[in-house]
Design a protein around this ligand. Structure first.
Ligand SMILES: NC(=O)c1ccc[n+]([C@@H]2O[C@H](COP(=O)([O-])OP(=O)(O)OC[C@H]3O[C@@H](n4cnc5c(N)ncnc54)[C@H](OP(=O)(O)O)[C@@H]3O)[C@@H](O)[C@H]2O)c1
Length: 338
């Protein structure tokens, strides 16, 4: 399968690393995954027979100096249009307007290419449109890594609970806020905890989206739209961030409880409530064990018992693993269907 990668940052580089590490295992499964182009913000590296990934990583580190197969100014859109491939992996930054990822994904669908992405932006802005485009062009559109990185959510729902109904979802989907709250529970102020999160690499200097609950709300939108086949947008989510969480943490301490920024999707007949807010939880709630960079989700079903899934230490490598799993899913299904 010929693959084009767009975005060679933390996740993109980790993905190339995993492809190198797992090459033998993938080949043993009969999979020939060939990366034919890799675009970053300034240009594209191309080899239609398959790029040498360790060399690409070295050149990226060195700023592409003297790389004769990297063309500066050759954009990801040009690459999608002109290079023969089966699948586009979209790994550019998540933005409010969904760009540039939104245009990349649409262009891929127009050219009947499957898409795998970790980028939330396009899915929050144009969920239904993208789903419909994928359907019309008869291609896969997989985005496991967009919600809680490598916590298996969409693959679990699409294979194990097809005939059941989801009545409620709870989740901890933002590592930065979880880190900050954990540190505040240890006695640090919001500002001190935030500084620690930035220093430890959990929060970016532009941390507003995280602490104001927006990043978590984006994941709620993607998950709710997927589960209920709707077209919710960010302003359908009731959002409360953690800037003023101090009194709740004090009260929780008195009661022997913990605080978590909880994402909730609640189905009440035809009404679906979406919310993100700090909640006090008791020590016997499984979410109380979800610390720092961990993420987790709990599903409540009509027929099945509740399912709680949790993953330790979300990182670009874990995210890349979820992306790779989506790629392999497409490749295996393509093989099955010829
Ligand atoms: N980090 C995680 O663990 C994690 C977890 C879940 C989801 N995600 C999502 O995964 C995506 C990638 O995350 P990341 O941490 O790898 O981001 P990142 O380190 O900021 O990397 C982004 C990459 O996109 C490239 N890029 C930007 N604009 C572009 C354009 N117009 N055309 C082509 N490439 C462009 C950048 O190019 P330059 O290298 O030239 O700057 C860079 O290589 C984001 O949407 C993020 O929200 C990340």
């Amino acid at each position: 399968m010929k693959i084009q990668v767009i975005g060679l940052g933390n996740v993109g580089k980790s993905l190339l690393g995993l492809l190198l590490e797992e090459e033998k295992k993938l080949k043993a499964k009969g999979l020939d995954l060939r990366i034919v182009s890799i675009s970053d913000s300034k240009g594209t590296a191309v080899n239609e027979n398959g790029l040498e990934l360790s060399e690409v990583l070295r050149y990226k580190e060195l700023g592409w100096h003297n790389c004769n197969y990297y063309s500066k100014g050759y954009s990801a859109i040009d690459a999608i249009k002109n290079i023969n491939s089966d699948l586009v992996v979209e790994l550019t930054p998540s933005t409010i307007d969904g760009e540039p990822g939104l245009s990349h994904i649409k262009e891929a669908f127009v050219h009947k290419k499957h898409v795998v992405t970790a980028n939330k932006g396009p899915l929050v802005v144009a969920f239904k449109q993208l789903k419909n485009m994928a359907l019309e062009n008869n291609v896969y559109f997989l985005y496991e890594a967009t919600v809680a990185a490598h916590v298996p959510i969409f693959c679990l729902l699409s294979s194990c609970f097809i005939t059941d109904e989801i009545l409620k979802v709870e989740g901890i989907f933002n590592a930065t806020t979880n880190f900050i709250i954990c540190e505040m529970e240890r006695g640090f102020s919001f500002q001190e905890a935030l500084d620690k999160a930035i220093k430890a690499g959990w929060a970016e200097t532009n941390y507003a989206d995280d602490v104001d609950g927006i990043d978590a709300a984006r994941k709620v939108v993607i998950l709710a739209n997927t589960i209920y086949d709707r077209d919710f947008k960010l302003n359908d989510v009731k959002i409360e961030g953690i800037r003023n969480v101090d009194p709740l943490i004090m009260e929780a301490k008195k009661q022997g409880k913990r605080v978590k920024l909880l994402c909730e999707i609640i189905k009440e007949h035809d009404n679906i409530i979406l919310q993100v807010s700090p909640k006090m939880i008791s020590q016997d709630n499984p979410f109380s064990t979800v610390n720092y960079g961990d993420m987790s989700v709990k599903f409540y079903f009509k027929n099945s018992q509740e399912i709680f899934v949790s993953a330790k230490f979300v990182s670009p490598r874990q995210t890349a693993q979820a992306v790779l799993n989506d790629i392999v899913t497409v490749a295996l299904n393509k093989k099955c269907t010829g």
